[in-house]
Design a protein around this ligand. Structure first.
Ligand code: GLN
Length: 475
C-alpha cells in the first residue's frame, strides 16, 4: 500500500498535522534508496526538495496553505525541461545537457505548490514500449524485477508504484503514459492534443506528443492535468478555449461504444479479452448503454502511427548534430564526419531505426506512397472517431493487448513491441483524451487495464466519468 494514494488523502492528513512536507520528502527519499535496484531515477533532487518542503511547511505554519497542489511530491520524465537541471531523454546524445528554462507544464505545477523530487529513466526520446531503450539501462517492474514496467515512461510508472512520489509527470505520443501505468497496475491519462503546452518538452513526434500523469487514482491524475492545462504563447498548438465542461453529474447514464474489432483482434491475450467482456457487462449492469460499433481501421492503426511518428521524429531529431547540444565525437576529421560520428555514437539502436524509417518515408520517391497516404488514413480515422462520438459519450478499449513481458524478450523483434501499441495509438491519431484504469481483481500480480476515450476537448467530463468508474463501478 502506498503511503498516500491520492492528493486528497495527503492534503487531508496534512491539514490534520499528521504529516509535514519535509517528513514526506524524507519518506520518499528513503523509498528511492530502497528501490535502487529498479533503476528508476536518473537524478534525485534531494536537497532542493527538502528545502522546498521546509519552506512550504513554514508557510503552512503561518496559515498559508496555498495552491491547488500544495505539497504534492512528483517525479518527472527525463524528457521534460526543468531549469538548471540535466535533461537527456535517456540518450547519450544529450549527455551533460542542462535545461536553460522550465517547461510550462512543470512551472504551472510548481506555481501551485508541487515539489519535484527527481527525474526518471525512460525510453530514448520516448521511443519504446518497455523502457529497455535507455542509455541508463532498463527499468525493472517493481511488481517483479524480471519484467518490464512498460514504456516509454517506464520510470514514471515505476516511481509511483515503488512509492517514491505521489504521482509522476510523463509524455504520451502513442501510449507512453497509459501503457506503463497499465503494466504497473496504476492509473494514467493523456489529455486532448493541445490541452497542455509542449514548451520545454523534448519533441519526439510533435503532432502526437502530449504531457500527462500517472498515479493511483483518477482524481489525482485529473487534478494534475487540470493544473498543467491551458493556452501558452510559447506553444501555438495549445487550444485557446479548453472546455471545462463537466457534463457528467454523478449518476448520469451514458452511451458507451466499443470497437467491434477489439474482441476479435488477433494477438489479444485471452485473459485481457475476458476481463474486457466482463467490464462491458459491468457497465451494462450499472445501467449504461453499451454497443459495438464498426471500425474498419484497426489493422491500419500501428502502420499509420509508425509512418507518421518516425517521419516527424527524423525531422525533430535532426537538431542533434554534435554541435549545438550534448555529445560530440572526438575523432572526426571533417565537419561532415563530426555530424555522422556524433550521431552514430550518440543515438541508440531504436532511435536510429526510426530516423532511418522516417527519412525513408519522407524521401522524394516514397513521400506520396507512405507519408501522404498515412496522413490521409489519419484523417479517415479521425473522421470515423468523431462520427462515433456523435452517437456515444465514450469509447472503451483495452490499454494493452498483452501483459508485461520479460526484460530482453523483445530485443530481437521490435515489431512485437510496435504491435502491442495497437490500442493506445488510436487516441493520439485523432487527438482525443484517454484514461487508463486497472481492472477488477486486486490480488492479481499483473492486472488487465482498459481505457476510456472521449471526443477531443471534453477532458474534464471524461475524467469525472472515469473517476466515477474507478470509485463506484469497479469497487
Ligand atoms: N510505444 C510507442 C512508441 O514507441 C509510444 C511511445 C510514446 O508514447 N512516447 O512510439
Amino acid at each position: 500500500m502506498p503511503k498516500y494514494s491520492s492528493y486528497t488523502e495527503f492534503i487531508t492528513a496534512y491539514k490534520k498535522e499528521e504529516i509535514s512536507c519535509e517528513a514526506l520528502v524524507q519518506y520518499y527519499l528513503s523509498k528511492i534508496e530502497e528501490s535502487k535496484e529498479y533503476n528508476i531515477y536518473i537524478e534525485v533532487y534531494a536537497k532542493e526538495a527538502l528545502a522546498r518542503a521546509k519552506a512550504l511547511d513554514d508557510e503552512a505554519k503561518r496559515g498559508e496553505i496555498k495552491g491547488e497542489l500544495f505539497g504534492a511530491i512528483l517525479s518527472i520524465k527525463d524528457n521534460i525541461c526543468y531549469k538548471g537541471k540535466g535533461v537527456t531523454a535517456s540518450s547519450k546524445i544529450l549527455e551533460g545537457f542542462n535545461s536553460t528554462y522550465t517547461a510550462t507544464a512543470i512551472q504551472k505545477l510548481i506555481d501551485e505548490g508541487a515539489i519535484i523530487i527527481g527525474r526518471t529513466n525512460c525510453d530514448e526520446f520516448g521511443m519504446g514500449s518497455d523502457n529497455s531503450h535507455s542509455v541508463y539501462g532498463p527499468v525493472k517492474n517493481p511488481i517483479d524485477p524480471e519484467y518490464v514496467p512498460g514504456g516509454s515512461s517506464g520510470g514514471c510508472a515505476a516511481s509511483v508504484l515503488a512509492d517514491t512520489c505521489l504521482a509522476s509527470i510523463g509524455t504520451d505520443t502513442g501510449g507512453s503514459i497509459r501503457q506503463p501505468a497499465a503494466f504497473c497496475n496504476l492509473v494514467g491519462a493523456k489529455p486532448s492534443y493541445g490541452q497542455i503546452s509542449r514548451y520545454g518538452i523534448i519533441a519526439y513526434a510533435s503532432s502526437f506528443d502530449q504531457v500527462g500523469a500517472i498515479s493511483h487514482e483518477v482524481s489525482t491524475v485529473s487534478k494534475l492535468i487540470e493544473v498543467m492545462s491551458g493556452p501558452d504563447t510559447m506553444d501555438p498548438t495549445t487550444v485557446q478555449h479548453a472546455s471545462i465542461d463537466r457534463k457528467s453529474p454523478s449518476d448520469r447514464k451514458v452511451k458507451i461504444a466499443y470497437l467491434d474489432s477489439t474482441l476479435s483482434s488477433e494477438g489479444i491475450d485471452p485473459i485481457i479479452r475476458d476481463d474486457f467482456s466482463k467490464l462491458l457487462d459491468t457497465f451494462k449492469k450499472d445501467g449504461h448503454t453499451v454497443e459495438a460499433v464498426s471500425f474498419e481501421y484497426t489493422d491500419l492503426l500501428v502502420p499509420t502511427y509508425y509512418v507518421l511518428t518516425t517521419a516527424e521524429a527524423s525531422s525533430n531529431l535532426s537538431r542533434y548534430d554534435g554541435v549545438r547540444y550534448g555529445h560530440q565525437s572526438n575523432d572526426a576529421a571533417s565537419l561532415e564526419e563530426l555530424y555522422t560520428q556524433s550521431r552514430s555514437e550518440g543515438f541508440g539502436i531504436e532511435v536510429k531505426r526510426r530516423i532511418m524509417l522516417g527519412t525513408f518515408v519522407l524521401s522524394a520517391s516514397y513521400y506520396d506512397a507512405y507519408y501522404t497516404k498515412a496522413q490521409k488514413v489519419r484523417r479517415m480515422i479521425k473522421d470515423r472517431m468523431l462520427e462515433i462520438f456523435q452517437d456515444y459519450d465514450y469509447v472503451v478499449l483495452p490499454t494493452s493487448p498483452v501483459f508485461p513481458w520479460k526484460i530482453g524478450s523483445h530485443d530481437q523483434d521490435p515489431t512485437a513491441s510496435y504491435l502491442a501499441d495497437i490500442f493506445t495509438v488510436l487516441t493520439n491519431l485523432f487527438g482525443g483524451p484517454s484514461v487508463s484504469i486497472p481492472l477488477f481483481d486486486e490480488s492479481k500480480r499483473f492486472r488487465s487495464s482498459f481505457q476510456i476515450l472521449s471526443s477531443p476537448h471534453l477532458d474534464y467530463d471524461l475524467f469525472a466519468f472515469a473517476e466515477r468508474v474507478q470509485n463506484k463501478i469497479l469497487h
